[in-house]
Design a protein around this ligand. Structure first.
Ligand code: PAF
Length: 297
């Protein structure tokens, strides 16, 4: 069975349990459930950073047992090159989780554990949430996310699950998934964790050069400006200003910028008093696709 967990990891002694197969997870979950303990779960694709740790902090507060998973899910990458280049740092991730002292067990399944019949996505309807923004830019992405998250939920059986707001659309879709499948899981969103210069923490930041990483502050700086402009100038004017900023920024290409209703994720050109809005942005820094968003006051 192909497995991306390096062999030497087995020789390290973890207080935290490392569950390396579905069978090991099942045994662990059975024990937890038998003892009537609640499970808080935060799935990841590894290359962990401080933002992930904040998910375990939240889980630690609410749940008896905190479980993480590390699985680079092939079905959510519409671009094979992106899948291939996705950082895989399992040894470092396990060390970070162990040192955090927040996590009881980490599930590191193989592709076969997650996709016994081959790595294929199911198809989901998320009431239109899936066709906005990332849904347009990355066809099939949310079917892949839905498929893997549903399977992880069925295997781990958490009471609560935690996701970062950096992928705000993903968070909304996972809430919808749980509602549609009537799974007894409460979904929690955790605020975006930022580097000192404001850049949203992301596993992809590791692929930036130090210069790109510094210059990428422009993304957050722009969102802060958008929030200042919000309700002072019109949304089409804001959209134009953002386009102009990135046209002038060497090394960056704006893929999209949208101000959308927080509940439907539909783009808006007008402010409505009784609705909440959020700005969403995707920018390429060289080859690296960076995503960010901000609630607008
Ligand atoms: O946000 C992520 O890291 C992934 O999309 C997730 C939720 C772990 C599913 O693979």
């Amino acid at each position: 069975m192909k497995h991306f967990l390096p062999k030497f990891v087995k020789s390290i002694h973890f207080k935290m349990e490392v569950l390396k197969s579905k069978a090991e997870l099942e045994k662990y979950i059975q024990e937890v459930k038998k003892n009537g303990k609640t499970i808080g779960f935060a799935p990841t694709m590894g290359a962990l950073h401080r933002g992930h740790i904040s998910l375990y902090e939240a889980a630690r507060k609410n749940n008896d047992i905190v479980i993480s998973s590390i699985f680079v899910n092939p079905t959510q990458f519409n671009n094979p090159d992106d899948l291939q280049k996705y950082p895989r740092t399992v040894e470092r991730d396990l060390k970070m989780l162990e040192e955090s002292g927040l996590v009881d067990a980490v599930y590191v399944p193989s592709v076969e554990d997650m996709y016994p019949n081959g790595a294929e996505s199911k198809h989901y309807e998320f009431d239109g949430l899936e066709t906005e923004m990332e849904g347009k830019s990355r066809p099939g992405h949310f079917d892949g996310v839905g498929t893997v998250v549903e399977e992880l939920f069925r295997q781990v059986q958490p009471d609560d699950a935690y996701f970062g707001e950096k992928d705000f659309q993903q968070l909304a879709i996972i809430k919808k998934l749980v509602e549609k499948l009537e799974l007894p899981i409460k979904i929690h969103g955790a605020p975006i964790y930022r580097e000192e210069n404001g850049l949203a923490m992301s596993s992809r930041n590791e692929r930036l050069t130090p210069e790109q990483r510094e210059a990428a502050r422009l993304i957050h700086d722009t969102l802060v400006k958008v929030n200042d402009w919000f309700r002072i100038i019109t949304i089409p004017e804001i959209n134009q200003r953002v386009k102009d900023i990135f046209e002038d920024a060497e090394g960056f290409v704006l893929e999209y910028f949208t101000i959308a209703d927080e509940s439907t994720l539909k783009e808006t050109d007008f402010f409505y008093k009784d609705k909440s809005f959020r700005a969403f942005i995707v920018v390429f820094a060289g080859e690296v696709r960076l995503i960010d968003n901000m609630h607008l006051d």
